[in-house]
Design a binder for this molecule. Structure first.
Ligand code: XMP
Length: 429
């Protein structure tokens, strides 16, 4: 399939991702590449219609001003040079900038609008079939957005040649493992191995209070469980992963050091010796969601808020006990329900509950109680590096407080955390 392509070349701009997003929104595919792309690498990129040299504040690296490679300058397609007189590379006004991009993409480059999710799915299905042939593929399906969309795409491409392994480590939100089984096994007919590893994880975590130690145990135990399951399957040649474009961009470019390393549960060791398939690696998050919807996944799965790999484990503060973990899960479900009723669910970036390891005195059913508090957290952010607090309407807070203190065993108080990031982090651990 012919797909026109515009290259955004990183010459130290902080806007590479935004420019790329804007071009894709116009219906034209675009990729971000480093300034030193060689002729050989360029030759492998098909249908390149134009090149944007995207300069910016990080153009000087280790004291040297970086320049675009000769291959890029002599590519024989229109080149848009920006940032030579030190002026801001793009007009500040969003409308002006869009006009400038449109003029370049459609006027000078004559690119056609042939980038859309249906074409993407058709192309990936063909590519996956070609790459995999009759071989078997394995996927760690957490139920998060990215792994769910990869699963749906691979099921479309190759049905039962794919085996999904879902590890329930006991730290998932209420109803999540059940939804994974229902959507993938019952509705999409996937080959799904469901592993109930709740006791295994909680036993390992018993008495461990240090947050980083908890993360380490959850991560390494996940790998062990997954390896055990992978070894039971015969002749698996490929491993699919839900890597998406921001994971690649954020892991560092040649002009900016890594923004943050990704410490996901599910980072699998290299000695598993599979060939990797990463069909979403060129998609931005909203495109991944569109892809999931186009493949028939439910909105409740596709529009999930971000959820940390160690799950509720980092929201049950200190050493995890089963009772307190259930209090986190139940209170989180109530918060979710009330946010949906109040029409806040799709508007707030991340919201959840935390249960610290401390108790306070209260009164319940005319008797003294000595129980835990639930802390509510609701934040908005663009990149999770800083975050502001969502002002939840007072009546909603009252309803949530009433429900949690009356419906969740072991809880007698509800607190609302008003701390932005910084000085707090989004999670409590
Ligand atoms: P913090 O707490 O660092 O969180 O302000 C920023 C974002 O990252 C998520 N987070 C994690 N995600 N593994 C993950 O996959 C982790 O260990 C982890 N810790 C925090 C957090 O939910 C928020 O969206």
């Amino acid at each position: 399939m012919k797909q026109d392509k515009i290259l955004v070349i990183d010459l130290g701009s902080t806007e590479n991702t935004n420019i790329a997003r804007e071009i894709r929104d116009l219906g034209v595919f675009t990729e971000i590449h480093p300034h030193d792309l060689t002729g050989e690498q360029l030759a492998q990129l098909t249908n390149v219609k134009g090149i944007i040299l995207n300069g910016g504040p990080n153009r000087v690296v280790d004291g040297i001003k970086i320049e675009a490679s000769a291959a890029l300058l002599n590519a024989g397609v229109p080149v848009l040079p920006v940032d030579h007189n030190g002026a801001p590379p793009w007009p500040k006004d969003a409308g002006e900038r869009r006009k400038q991009i449109q003029e370049f993409v459609f006027g000078q480059c004559q690119a056609e609008t042939n980038w859309n999710i249906e074409n993407f799915i058709a192309e990936q299905v063909a590519l996956i079939r070609q790459q995999v042939g009759q071989e078997k593929v394995l996927l760690a399906l957490s139920g998060g957005v990215d792994s769910s969309v990869v699963a749906a795409l691979l099921i479309r491409a190759m049905g039962k040649q794919l085996t999904c392994v879902h590890v329930n480590h006991g730290l998932l939100r209420k109803g999540e493992p059940e939804q994974v089984v229902q959507v993938f096994r019952d509705e999409l007919g996937a080959n799904l191995v469901y592993v109930n590893a709740v006791d295994r994880f909680l036993d390992k975590l018993s008495g461990v209070a240090d947050p980083e130690e908890k993360r380490r145990i959850i991560g390494s135990e996940f790998i062990r469980v997954f390896e055990d399951e992978a070894r039971k399957l015969e002749d698996v040649k490929f491993l699919a992963q839900g890597t998406i474009y921001p994971d690649i961009i954020e892991s560092g470019t040649k002009t900016v050091k890594a923004v943050k390393s990704h410490h996901n549960v599910g980072g699998l060791p290299e000695d598993l010796e599979f060939e990797l398939i990463e069909p979403l690696k060129m998609l931005f998050k909203d495109e991944v969601r569109n892809c999931g919807l186009a493949l028939g996944l439910p909105e409740s799965m596709v529009f999930r808020q971000p959820f940390p790999g160690p799950g509720l484990g980092v929201r049950c503060i200190g050493a995890i006990s089963r009772e307190r973990l259930e209090a986190v899960r139940e209170s989180d479900a109530i918060l979710q329900e009330e946010f949906e009723k109040a029409d806040l669910a799709g508007k707030v970036w991340q919201y959840f509950t935390v249960v610290p390891d401390l108790r306070s005195v209260g009164v319940k059913n005319h008797e003294r109680s000595y129980e835990w508090p639930v802390i509510l957290r609701a934040v908005n952010t663009v990149d999770a590096m800083t975050a502001s607090i969502e002002p939840i309407p007072y009546e909603v807070l009252e309803t949530i407080t009433h429900r949690i203190t009356h419906e969740v065993p072991g809880i007698n108080r509800v607190l609302y955390d008003l701390t932005p990031k910084p000085t707090g982090t989004i999670e409590w651990e």
